[in-house]
Design a binder for this molecule. Structure first.
Ligand code: BDR
Ligand code: CA
Length: 323
């Protein structure tokens, strides 16, 4: 009887995803994980302005695809500015390039001509309803613009899984707001109100996915280029949050979105209502999470709060070692 090893899952068994991203060291690790995972069919990767401007996020995305040995991956550039505001970037966290740490060669794979928003719309319309999952690792500008441009995609998407927000942990760019939501709160509002099935990885869970010296060395130890580069990315990335939070290691935010697709059972959370603050200058971008269900506002997302962090790092190290 034929058996399918995990390495050779037939195309039909694979989950079709689009990754929307602003690399960013933690975005890079998420992309490497997705490209290393035979259960996932990465239809395309769309870049958005966020951690650094768009010209760098699309370049960084191509660098990471080549690092993964996947120059055939399709990379699209999207929004260079949030919907209604000036772009805020995070070079203080990610370095000038957005990917400070390893020295990665200039990519030779092309950037696709199509705009990221058009790629998202066209792909979701072309595929069967319920087939495509959107994985959002940066500000939600591209995702929101796709939903605005073609509202019919809301019903056709399987789900959106996103890294963003924070409630019990507060914010990381202001006391109230997490970076991805803060940069484009109008976009976040559109996504949270879209009716699409939504899973949210807020700081409340990503701050529990902490690197440590052993965990970083485990990426390096197979001696592969992607493994060594991952360790170098994390060596750089940790320093900011270690100083800020006084921890021994930094939170690895974005890979949670991909690990959720692979092993959701290592996470726990609640189906709740989350509203996005867009008006107040003090709390712009806050994710007001009705964790205790004290309102009758309709549930609009699964808000994750806990994970098995050791299993999270085991999955990441095992998968990235395969590249
Ligand atoms: C999020 O902001 C970015 O700096 C990271 O890449 C992550 O997506 C964490 O707040
Ligand atoms: Ca990101």
């Amino acid at each position: 009887m034929p058996t399918h090893s995990k390495q050779q899952a037939p195309v039909s068994d694979r989950r079709a995803i689009i990754i929307d991203t602003d690399p960013g060291q933690d975005d890079a690790v998420a992309i490497l994980l997705a490209l290393a995972s035979p259960e996932l069919d990465v239809l395309g990767i769309t870049a958005v302005a966020g951690n650094v401007p768009l010209a760098l996020t699309e370049l960084n995305t191509r660098k990471i695809c080549e690092l993964a040995g996947r120059p055939d991956a399709k990379v699209f550039a999207g929004a260079s500015e949030p919907i209604a505001r000036k772009l805020v970037t995070a070079e203080h966290v990610h370095g000038k390039t957005g990917l400070d740490g390893p020295t990665l060669p200039e990519p030779t794979m092309p950037l696709q001509d199509q705009h990221a928003v058009d790629f998202i719309v066209e792909t979701v319309l072309d595929r069967d309803a319920g087939e495509v999952t959107l994985c959002a690792l940066g500000p939600l500008t591209n995702v929101a613009q796709a939903l605005e441009k073609e509202p019919a995609i809301a019903e056709r998407l399987a789900e959106i899984v996103l890294m963003g927000g924070g409630f019990f942990e507060g914010g990381n760019i202001t006391p109230a707001a997490e970076f991805n939501i803060y940069v484009d709160p109008e976009a976040a509002k559109i996504v949270f109100n879209s009716g699409v099935k939504l899973t949210v990885m807020p700081l409340d869970v990503t701050h529990k996915a902490l690197t440590s010296r052993d965990r970083v060395e485990a990426f390096r130890s197979p001696g592969t280029r992607p493994g060594i580069a991952t360790a170098e990315l994390l060596d750089f990335f940790e320093r900011y949050d270690e100083a800020k939070y006084g921890t021994n290691g930094g939170p690895l935010h974005d890979p949670n979105v991909i690990v959720w697709l692979l092993e959701p059972e290592i996470y726990s959370g609640r189906q709740i209502n989350v509203e996005i603050e867009t008006d107040s200058p003090l709390t712009r971008g806050m994710t007001v999470a009705d964790w205790w269900r004290v309102t009758d506002r309709a549930e609009n997302c699964f808000f994750v709060r806990d994970l098995d962090d050791q299993r999270f790092f085991d999955i990441l190290t095992q998968r990235i070692a395969r590249l």
